[in-house]
Design a protein around this ligand. Structure first.
Ligand SMILES: NC(=O)c1ccc[n+]([C@@H]2O[C@H](COP(=O)([O-])OP(=O)(O)OC[C@H]3O[C@@H](n4cnc5c(N)ncnc54)[C@H](OP(=O)(O)O)[C@@H]3O)[C@@H](O)[C@H]2O)c1
Length: 300
């Protein structure tokens, strides 16, 4: 089977690529804005400006993909608010290009989305909840979902939230806390934003299972623990035996952020657990995996 991954340098793909190489015999074609850091006989790669429609098409078509995974997106929530054009290009126009090329190659699409499609008044949300985004990131991600749904291509949309994992993936919320511990820097963390943090390997496994089972439709992916950001920070500091006074409570209205955040966000992953056969780990178990990866290093 031929798998094309767009956004191969993303946090998600950094966990997914090693997993697909270790656990399948599939061929991977990696599309990224940077040189792929992988050497393997089943991996080919291309450096592409993915928001250039014809460049993307030229990179994807010759590989005749059975599956296209779209992990590219503008995920910086405040940057989406201040650079709406770029956000629209990555989170909407790129998705239009992906489904167009999927239609011509008859490929099955896996597209990633977010709990930020919801307003955060009454999360965690299941797949039947009605989206109502309150910032531009959420609006563009919802528009991207709608592009996939209305395209008619065989597809699944995986919504996830607060993904964390080891480097070389970009800095995430959990690693930000660990870095503060390493540098002994006091941090203020909000007590009023809730989520269920997702260990990146669980998201990668969900993608693998979707391909194996050719799942279609919408799935919510999230960890077993529903916590405030402040509670997460406290647990991370306790787990890594840091100084408890490092973390001070604050609230969202005191932060000077460009984009509003959904407060009670998070996703109910019961459908994914039942249909994809995955038990999503809680924070403690995710931190055990993270610590192992941080100390052992991992394939890049
Ligand atoms: N991480 C989370 O906590 C989280 C939570 C909810 C939903 N999601 C969704 O899950 C998906 C994957 O997220 P992720 O965290 O794995 O992504 P990520 O680490 O932020 O990476 C996104 C990728 O998109 C491409 N990209 C973004 N901005 C770019 C720019 N200005 N120029 C060129 N390329 C750019 C890059 O791909 P290359 O490096 O390959 O060029 C980048 O690595 C997204 O759809 C996101 O909305 C993530």
């Amino acid at each position: 089977m031929n798998i094309t991954i767009i956004g191969a340098g993303s946090t998600t793909a950094r966990a997914l690529v090693p997993m697909l190489i270790a656990e399948t015999d599939w061929n991977l074609h990696l599309i990224s804005s940077q040189e792929a850091p992988y050497q393997h006989e089943r991996i080919t790669s291309a450096v592409v400006d993915v928001i250039d429609r014809s460049a993307l098409k030229a990179a994807v078509m010759p590989h005749n993909p059975d599956v296209i995974i779209n992990a590219a997106a503008l995920t910086n929530v405040d940057q989406c608010e201040t650079d709406k054009g770029l956000a629209h290009m990555f989170n909407v126009n790129l998705v239009e290009h992906v489904v167009r090329v999927a239609r011509s190659t008859d490929a099955y699409v896996i597209h990633l989305s977010t709990d930020f499609v919801f307003n955060g008044e009454d999360g965690p949300y299941d797949e039947d909840a009605v989206p109502d985004p309150i910032n531009y990131y959420g609006r563009t991600k919802l528009a991207g979902e709608n592009v996939v749904v209305s395209s008619g291509v065989d597809a699944t949309i995986l919504r996830t939230n607060v993904v964390y994992g080891p480097p070389p993936a970009r800095m995430d919320f959990v690693r930000w806390i660990i870095r503060a511990m390493d540098t002994d820097t006091d941090i203020n963390v909000v007590t009023d934003q809730y989520c269920n943090p997702t260990y990146v390997d669980d998201l990668a496994l969900a993608i693998l299972r979707c391909i194996e089972r050719r799942a279609t439709g919408l799935y919510h992916i999230g960890g077993a623990d529903y916590l405030s950001r402040y509670q997460i920070a406290e647990r991370v500091v306790a787990f890594f035996k840091g100084r408890p006074s490092l973390v001070a409570p604050t609230t969202s209205d005191l932060l000077d952020q460009a984009a509003r955040r959904p407060l009670r966000g998070g996703l109910v992953p019961l459908k994914a657990e039942a249909k994809l056969g995955i038990r999503f780990r809680g924070l403690e178990s995710g931190l055990v995996s993270l610590r192992r990866a941080l100390f052992a290093g991992r394939p890049q």
